[in-house]
Design a protein around this ligand. Sequence first.
Ligand SMILES: *Cc1c(COP(=O)(O)O)cnc(C)c1O
Length: 384
Amino acid sequence: MSKTELSTVPFHRRYVAENELHYISEAITCGRTSGDGPFTRQAATLLSELTGASDALLTTSCTHALEMAAILLNLRPDDEVIVPSFTFMSTANAFALRSAVPVFVDVRPDTLNLDERLVEAAVTDRTRAIAVVHYAGVGCAMDAIAEIAQRYGLALIEDNAHGLGGSYRGRALGSFGVMSALSFHETKNVQCGEGGALLLNDPALVTRAEIVREKGTDRSRFFRGQVDKYRWIDIGSSYLPSDVLAAQLASQLESFDEIQCRRHGVWRAYDEGLADWAAKCGISQPTVPDDCAHPAHLYYLLLPDLRSRQEFIAHLAAHGVRAAFHYQPLHASPAGLRHGRQAPGGCPVTEQIADRLVRLPLYPDLDEDSVAQVIDAVLSYEPT
Ligand SMILES: *Cc1c(COP(=O)(O)O)cnc(C)c1O
């Protein structure tokens, strides 16, 4: 078969869970499509079982879950929040929206996670919180980071958009922070198009979190019959997803083991199939420390530099494989420059790896032939 006859392997394809269409049509026909219906409760229960969190509030996105966390922290203008520079903008934007200052700390060159050795030097008398991101679902060094948070009295927040199902030293990612945020965007392991959740690990936050999520009202308590009318109590917004989206999410969460098993199969095939080639070409594969179990959210390679990374993406495209780079450094972005600042020492690792990183296609429906096509395409590349 000539190259042009190869079918294209897309970068991403959404997975349709077994009960997905059935649950969605049930949500539509049962007559209730607004938030906090039966499927929202079902999805929240499944999330609590998966993560061990006592309270999981479904939201319209991970971005909104992070915004809720920022409101619940009572940040004041010019308070500082330590964030990695190598992450999605929502990790920093949520705090900037409260007029707080994201302080960008560099990442480790191996796991690409917030470098715990640089966190303490970024703490000032204005620091209120540390927000970590478990890149690719590989846990940050949570012992060291939690110790610093505790010593300085800082709140620990986890942007766990990649890490559902992952663990650090046997403990679920998302259970370390006082609050943690999940994403169910179409590109995440478990998805409902657009969606998220805020997991609360402090029961004292639950009442206010429900109010913030319901436009600043006590409507949740009203629906439970705990108050006889609902009123405007606090600031808040509309952070509840429709029960139709919750139905889709519930079906995906029920298929979690199946999704994960297939994703791990692809991840392992890449990791084993590319090991010799990577070593020979000076290309780095993902680092997973022994004390971390990851949920196969993404598979990435680090090429020697920007030029070879771009050449590699073009090479894969010519072989029918769509690959993608990832985050651009937040500290150097227009809004990052305006609303945040870099921690002492800057973020040189973030700048380097943002140029060098490429992600390979990884989704549950990637069949053996496609995985073989990706591996063959990669193996036929040699950095020039
Ligand atoms: C996807 C993602 C988000 C945003 O998720 P949404 O649900 O689309 O708002 C935030 N942080 C990280 C690290 C992400 O990967």
